[in-house]
Design a protein around this ligand. Structure first.
Ligand code: RP5
Length: 162
């Protein structure tokens, strides 16, 4: 039976196109995850319960993405010792700088590992989660090394004209 070890949570359905980048990486690397909508503002009880039960449910990393007043990553970090990787979702009004600042400046004691704004940040959150899990999973470590080597090999030596 498969065992979910990564939780991907996001504030809204509208975050999914971004957060799917993290899910795609975990799919490629064969890491079991769940994806849930958990809003700090619209579903605070769901957020509280998610954080409260994360460790006992066996989650080892939580990837949390939100945009605007992006309180989800920090709030879930306040409720669980499971490491939280934060993804600032790009917004229309302020291009995601609002999301970034909302996630980044955590007070001492409750860290969130904050990624770049948008799709690249979400993909990197998947890779960060995989790297953490690979510490104790040699098979995953091998798959992650191969993924990184393939990316490196795909970069041409010289630029091409269009
Ligand atoms: C945040 O508000 C969500 O994380 C989302 O990025 C943003 C906008 O949400 P919607 O109005 O699109 O549902 O809570």
């Amino acid at each position: 039976m498969s065992k979910v070890i990564v939780g991907i949570i996001m504030g809204s359905q509208s975050d999914w196109p971004t957060m799917k980048e993290a899910a795609n990486i975990l799919d490629e690397l064969g890491v079991e995850y769940e994806a849930k909508i958990v809003s700090a503002h619209r579903t605070p009880d769901r957020l509280w319960n998610y954080g409260k039960t994360a460790a006992e449910r066996g989650l080892k990393v939580i990837i949390a993405g939100a945009g605007g007043a992006a309180h989800l990553p920090g709030m879930v970090a306040s409720k669980t010792r499971v490491p939280v990787v934060g993804v600032p979702v790009q917004t229309k009004a302020l291009s995601g700088v609002d999301s970034l600042y909302s996630i980044l400046q955590m007070p001492k004691g409750y860290p969130v590992a904050t990624m770049a704004i948008g799709a690249a940040g979400a993909a990197n959150a998947g890779l960060m989660a995989a790297g953490i899990l690979a510490i104790e999973d040699p098979g995953l470590a091998e798959r992650l090394d191969a993924w990184r080597a393939a990316l490196s090999a795909s970069i041409p030596q010289e630029p091409q004209d269009d």
